[in-house]
Design a protein around this ligand. Structure first.
Ligand code: NAD
Length: 472
């Protein structure tokens, strides 16, 4: 898709107050594929004013009508599914098949889920002598990352609109094109002017201006823990609502009775999907001492099937990471793992063969990783998996819970009851039991430093509502 040289504010594409632009680069070949305006604080202010002006009208629209607009938005996105997939592949580097099945289809499903929820949710209830109303919070400032660029913005914008809020979105610098496509879909869907506004720009400029804007009622941020902490502090000081979806270092716990072959195969696939750039990825695989070496061999063999390749090729399974900074950061972690004494089973810090151009990383498996190592504690955000050995269930739990994060995880056991008993002791927001699949209606969000608040489904809708009770 062709980049807009303006920003979508108050229902139209308008020029930025400044003249700076941000180049969009294809990470597979390092070529510039477009440029978007680098929005200024003035642009953010114009967008927030448009959202504020549109708020009373949108909040007063009956939920059934809001549901109809969201259904039209879902349809507008669904019509452009292939273009969404190609755009995400071009600016993020995800293999086309993955872009279709995940980067396009998941947000289309999530938009549809909020069309349904807007129509069915009880925005009003009786409690004794009171009637309690769920009312929209107001103007939402949404700041999103690049790793699931359309999903992450839809997971904020769709529930916000369903609740009756209006939105200003600041998408990530690396992936603004799919955000522009989304703005076009909003326009096609006939949402009133000002209900959704898009300001592209740099985090420390446009993002910061949005998070700090006094007329924003709720800041919803997905990204790194470092930036999230700062945004939380700014929002807290202004007594604003804040939702944070931050990093993760999730554990994939394979208990002694589990199907080891299946658990390792799916565990490796989980980490290498999207080139390891998934906040909820199970980057630590925990295996009992008896079957540890068998798991190492299985993981090493599985990694060989992920040959780095051009994401535009239909058969590609592993594309590049998003940019040169991320590539260098991930390679730095691989070097650190080796220096810390972890055993390299597959991959390594060097560029994969024949992939010197483009931001490629060799799919990497580390064994003999111990809990105090940086590669066991810090989010790497690349195709790197750490295999850790545990002695017994309590040891496994200590390792699983032994990071500052708590976003996701998995447990494999001989039966669901055993896995559930273990999962209930994990300090984390989501756990997939014996290969349980992603559920777009299930609340998603973190324990501990993985975040505050939940996205998706009815739990995600509630984040954008505040309650008022009338007594009779
Ligand atoms: P990032 O925090 O640098 O950027 C995220 C967004 O914040 C971008 O839009 C960026 O422009 C903006 N931003 C940067 N500095 C800002 C500032 N000072 N004020 C306001 N906004 C600012 O993160 P990233 O590098 O884009 O994404 C990778 C990280 O995000 C990883 O650590 C990953 O775990 C995390 N992440 C978490 C989730 C989740 O749901 N929990 C999802 C995706 C990514």
């Amino acid at each position: 898709m062709k980049a807009h040289d303006g920003m979508y504010i108050d229902g139209a594409w308008r020029p930025s107050a400044g003249s700076d632009t941000i180049e969009v680069v294809n990470p597979a070949d390092e070529q510039v594929i477009g440029a978007v305006p680098a929005g200024t604080a003035e642009d953010v202010d114009a967008a927030v004013r448009a959202a504020r002006a549109a708020f009373p009208g949108w909040a007063a629209v009956p939920p059934a009508e809001r549901a109809a607009r969201l259904a039209a938005l879902r349809d507008a996105l669904a019509t452009r599914r292939e273009e969404i997939a190609e755009t995400v592949t071009a600016e993020l580097g995800a293999p086309l098949a993955f872009s279709r099945a995940v980067h396009a289809d998941v947000p289309i499903t999530v938009a549809g889920s909020y069309a349904e929820l807007a129509g069915s949710y009880a925005f009003e209830e009786k409690v004794g002598t009171s009637t309690v109303f769920q009312e929209p919070v107001g103007v939402v400032g949404a700041i999103t990352p690049w790793n699931y660029p359309l999903h992450q913005l839809v997971a904020k914008v769709a529930p916000a609109l369903a609740a009756g809020c209006t939105v200003v979105l600041k998408p990530a610098e690396d992936t603004p094109l799919v955000a522009q496509l989304f703005a076009e879909a909003v326009h096609t869907a006939g949402l009133p002017a000002g209900v959704f506004n898009l300001v592209t720009g740099l985090g420390p400029v446009a993002g910061q201006a949005l998070a700090a804007h006094e007329d924003v009622d709720l800041v919803s941020f997905t990204g790194s823990t470092a930036v999230g902490k700062r945004i939380g502090a700014v929002a807290g000081a202004a007594v604003k609502r804040v939702a944070l979806e931050l990093g993760g270092k999730s554990a994939n716990v394979i208990l002694p009775g589990a199907d080891l072959t299946k658990a390792v195969k799916i565990g490796v696939a989980n980490v290498f999907a999207n080139s390891g750039q998934t906040c909820s990825a199970w980057t630590r695989m925990l295996i009992d001492a008896d079957r540890y070496e068998e798991a190492v061999a299985l993981a090493g063999a599985a990694a060989k099937k992920y040959v780095p390749g051009d994401p535009h090729d239909e058969g590609a399974r592993l594309g590049p990471v998003v940019n040169a900074t991320q590539r260098d950061r991930v390679r730095g972690y691989i070097e650190r793992g080796v220096a810390e004494g972890a055993r390299l089973v597959a991959g390594g810090p060097q560029a994969p063969e024949g992939r010197e151009t483009g931001y490629y990383i060799a799919p990497t498996v580390f064994a003999d990783v111990t809990p105090e190592m940086a590669i066991a504690q810090e989010e790497i955000f690349g195709p790197v998996i750490c295999l850790m050995r545990y002695q017994d269930e309590d040891d496994a739990l200590r390792i699983a819970n032994g990071t500052v994060y708590g976003l996701a995880g998995a447990v494999w056991a001989e039966d669901d009851a055993t896995a559930v008993a273990f999962a209930r002791r994990m300090e984390t927001g989501q756990v997939d039991i014996n290969g349980g699949r992603f559920n777009p209606l299930a609340p998603f969000g973190g324990y501990k430093q993985s975040g505050v608040g939940r996205e998706l489904g009815a739990h995600g809708l509630v984040e954008y509502l505040q309650t008022k009770s009338l007594q009779f």
